[in-house]
Design a protein around this ligand. Structure first.
Ligand code: 13P
Ligand code: SF4
Length: 373
């Protein structure tokens, strides 16, 4: 398949950022590492649970007690009574786990470098300023919804304003909740998930984008003429997929079906056969008949896991070689996992994620609202 060229950078060049690791952990071979991880896990027993997001590397998910999407992992964290929750995922997920777990449990993120760029696209300060501008233009009630891919202070802000958190698997329910409580939605930070959800609910003509970086394009009085205001954030891994990729897959494999993540552009979601969270993508391949062909429009590690887990299904990456890995997820190197586990065996907690107490309580309200819808 021909590869298209896009403006976004491939994250491949930032691989193997092992500088934060003590030198003896930097070049462990796979066999030695696996043995050391298993030995540490045996010693730690029920004190530790490892949660792994579907985008984590093979060498991480192989050791995970539970693998899933953001929603499933937050439920697992809430249900776990292990002293240490080791999170194979990115910072905002570990923060959410810290908020949801009890105070005597510690959440550990093996590498502190694992930060989702999309979460950084909506900073609470920036959102505060936009909120003041937008709400000054209307008497109607606006409910903010933040995607799980955001930091705790933004989750706290949403709770304070009567809003909530959602993930890609329950964004439609969060919209329904918001329209029961208010008149309009401000959706942060992923404009594509917001737009795809609005379309799913038939709110197609009432959508406007809010670009916080472009003062010229912002017009609060125009924004409030719409029911759904979308913050202009996006995921570069998912923006990469184009309708041409779907057309090419269908030309090359006439029986191919296509499933994409709802962080993809609207036109890509529309052209696909199915859309859903990473858990839905997993279930779709799991339930496929042997010999079926599914092209996957999401982060490349998950596509590779599905190829390994379901050899009876023909699983293809939607844009071939051009499909990206997520550089944030990729930071959780298995050598870091070895280090944090062996340090725990020695009684030392490393890379503990702790949300500031003043944010924790409110952010928990926003997360609890999500877990209840
Ligand atoms: P899921 O909730 O579908 O696992 O997605 C998380 C994510 O970061 C997708 O880019
Ligand atoms: Fe963030 Fe995109 Fe990575 Fe998901 S795939 S964690 S949205 S950068």
């Amino acid at each position: 398949m021909e590869t298209a060229h896009f403006e976004t950078d491939l994250s491949l060049f930032k691989y193997d950022n092992l500088e934060q690791l003590p030198a003896p952990f930097r070049d462990l071979g796979e066999d030695e590492r696996t043995e050391r991880i298993e030995t540490a896990l045996d010693e730690l027993g029920d004190d530790v649970v490892i949660l792994g997001h579907n985008y984590q590397r093979r060498e991480i998910v192989e050791h995970a007690d539970f693998i899933g999407d953001s929603y499933q992992l937050s439920k697992e964290a809430a249900d776990s009574d292990a002293d240490y929750v080791i999170f194979g995922g990115v910072t905002f997920m570990a923060e959410s786990a810290d908020i949801i777990t009890d105070d005597d449990q510690s959440v550990i993120l093996p590498s502190m470098e694992a930060s989702c760029p999309m979460a950084g696209m909506a900073e609470a300060l920036q959102v505060d300023a936009a909120w003041a501008e937008i709400t000054a233009e209307t008497d109607e009630r606006i409910i903010p919804i933040t995607y799980m891919n955001s930091y705790a202070d933004l989750k706290a802000f949403c709770a304070e304003q009567g809003g909530l958190v959602c993930t890609s698997s329950n964004a439609h329910k969060a919209f329904e909740y918001a329209f029961e409580k208010g008149d309009k939605v401000l959706f942060l930070p992923d404009k594509h998930l917001g737009e795809n959800t609005a379309y799913r609910l038939g709110i197609e003509d009432e959508i406007v984008e809010w670009d916080p970086w472009d003062p010229e394009s912002k017009d609060a009085s125009k924004a409030v003429e719409n029911d759904v205001i979308l913050w202009d954030g996006y995921c570069q891994v998912h923006e990469r997929f184009r309708v041409e990729h779907i057309e090419q897959i269908r030309a090359d494999h006439e029986d191919a079906k296509v499933i994409v993540h709802p962080e993809c552009r609207r036109e890509v979601v529309e052209a696909a056969d199915k859309t859903g969270s990473t858990a839905t993508i997993c279930e779709t391949v799991e339930n496929a008949d042997p010999g079926e062909t599914w092209a996957i429009g999401t982060e490349i590690h998950l596509t590779h896991h599905l190829q390994r887990w379901h050899p009876e299904v023909n699983v293809l990456p939607l844009c071939g070689e051009a499909c990206m890995d997520c550089n944030a997820m990729r930071q959780i190197d298995p050598n870091y996992l070895t280090w944090v586990l062996e340090e725990l065996v020695e009684g030392r907690e490393r890379n503990v994620i702790e949300v500031a107490p003043e944010e924790k309580e409110l952010a928990q309200v926003a997360l609890d609202r999500m877990l209840e819808i």
